[in-house]
Design a protein around this ligand. Structure first.
Ligand SMILES: *Cc1c(COP(=O)(O)O)cnc(C)c1O
Length: 431
């Protein structure tokens, strides 16, 4: 199985966290997001334990909440002792309403509005990760208004692009995020910020990509960034205490994917940061890592009911389900690959490739192509796997399709974390 939390029961049904998915589909209806809360907590602990083990506890794991944001996930993160990364006023507000301790929240974003900055400052968000000079001035002014000295990090472009299979180290100046190292822009903005009354520069941040399977780009980023912190000390006499290395750790969507063990990232990055800091004669910084996908992705599945099955001889077989790009836009956005199986006949031998299609009015509304399946019939329950990240959080109401609920399972029991949207929810703001 693709994920640890999945298994096949004696009745040949797919189980998540030991709970029968066919029963869940009956009880809550489809489409349905299901997440294994125990697995989410376990993933959090792997990261946290690794910081204790390899970095003397001198670090903080932030859950990158854009991967999956709702009040319940912020409560879980608070209970697990993680911080959070938020990237909008909406995520921040959701965390606030869930009573998340705001001093452990980091606020990112390349174009924060004044309202968002004000919300963050007012509620004592722990760190603001400043992206650009335009933001810096406004943040200083808003902090002054609230008589606060806001602790900030800067988003740096370290010149490492790990979005591809083999990462490249080039001038990666062409990104909308952050300030560049190699042009001197990063050093300049820190010098400028150091003179401001109402902000305190405490560190630097980078995020080099997503769904990365190698350690090497992270090690390189750690080295480049720690060296930059030493350069800041040398040039400006400013000691920075925090190094935030972002997220991007890959997960298994397909059998062929081979992600690195989660704790290996922290182990190897820890060594690089310590070695570099020692050799440059600066104190070892607190490290911050921001996994999103790897905490929630493997812990989630989406259940659908199969409707029309359309066999086009010598072309392909379309299996249409009662959801699609509205609950999982990742295929239509970037041809992301997923594994799928029949939840009600999970152990049956796959006999032919099918294309899983959604119900939206777009030809590109597919969930997966070339997936091997047993003979599929209308009424089957189909599960798409490893959908816990960037599915619910990217869902839309295209075609006025209500968003599915999120159900969490834990200790063999299930409960609703987000209710199913109704038609009345869809017209709530219509005038
Ligand atoms: C998206 C993002 C993350 C999380 O990335 P994952 O691939 O989900 O681990 C962390 N930090 C920043 C700044 C991000 O933009």
């Amino acid at each position: 199985m693709i994920a640890e939390c999945l298994s096949i029961g004696a009745n040949n049904h797919l189980q998540i966290g030991g709970v029968d998915t066919v029963e869940l589909a009956k009880q809550y209806g489809t489409p349905l997001y299901v997440m294994d809360e125990d697995q989410i907590r376990k993933n959090c602990r792997i990261y946290k334990d690794a910081v204790d083990k390899y970095y003397d506890g001198n670090g903080l794991i932030l859950y990158a909440s854009k991967a999956f944001s709702c009040m319940q996930i912020y409560r879980i993160m608070a209970q697990e002792g993680l911080g959070i990364d938020v990237v909008s006023g909406g995520e921040l507000y959701t965390a606030l309403k869930a009573k998340f301790p705001m001093e452990k929240a980091y606020f990112h974003g390349n174009n924060k509005t004044n309202d968002e900055i004000e919300l963050a400052v007012k509620h004592g968000v722990g760190r603001i990760v400043v992206d650009n000079v335009f933001e810096l001035g406004r943040l200083d002014a808003i902090s002054a208004k609230y008589q606060k000295k806001t602790k900030i990090l800067f988003r740096i472009k370290p010149g490492i692009d790990a979005h591809t299979h083999s990462f490249i180290q080039t001038g990666q100046i062409d990104s909308k995020f952050g300030v560049a190292l190699e042009t001197g822009e990063a050093m300049d903005i820190i010098a400028q910020a150091a003179k401001l009354e109402n902000v305190e520069v405490v560190g630097v941040h980078c995020h080099i990509g997503s769904q990365i399977f190698d350690l090497a780009p992270f090690e390189l980023a750690a080295k480049v960034m720690t060296n930059f912190m030493a350069d800041v000390k040398d040039k400006l006499g400013l000691s920075l205490s925090e190094l935030n290395l972002g997220g991007g750790y890959g997960i298994k969507y397909l059998d062929s994917h081979n992600p690195v063990e989660y704790d290996a990232y922290i182990r190897s990055v820890s060594e690089v940061v310590k070695d570099t800091a020692n050799s440059r004669g600066i104190s070892v910084p607190k490290i911050i890592m921001e996994p999103g996908r790897s905490i929630v992705g493997p812990a989630g599945i989406t259940l659908y009911t199969v409707g029309a099955v359309k066999e086009i001889p010598n072309v392909r077989t379309y299996v249409s389900v009662d959801g699609g790009m509205t609950d999982n836009p990742r295929y239509i956005l970037y041809q992301s690959e997923y594994s799928a199986l029949l939840a009600n006949r999970a152990g049956d031998k796959p006999v032919k490739p099918v294309t899983i299609a959604g119900k939206c009015c777009e030809s590109g509304d597919l969930l997966a192509e070339g997936v091997m399946m047993p003979e599929v019939k209308a009424g089957d329950t189909l599960a798409v796997l490893a959908t816990g990240a960037y599915n619910y959080s990217m869902a839309s109401n295209y075609n006025r399709i209500p968003r599915p609920p999120v159900v969490m399972v834990s200790g063999g029991k299930s409960k609703v974390a987000v209710k199913r949207e109704t038609y009345d929810d869809l017209i709530r703001n219509d005038v």
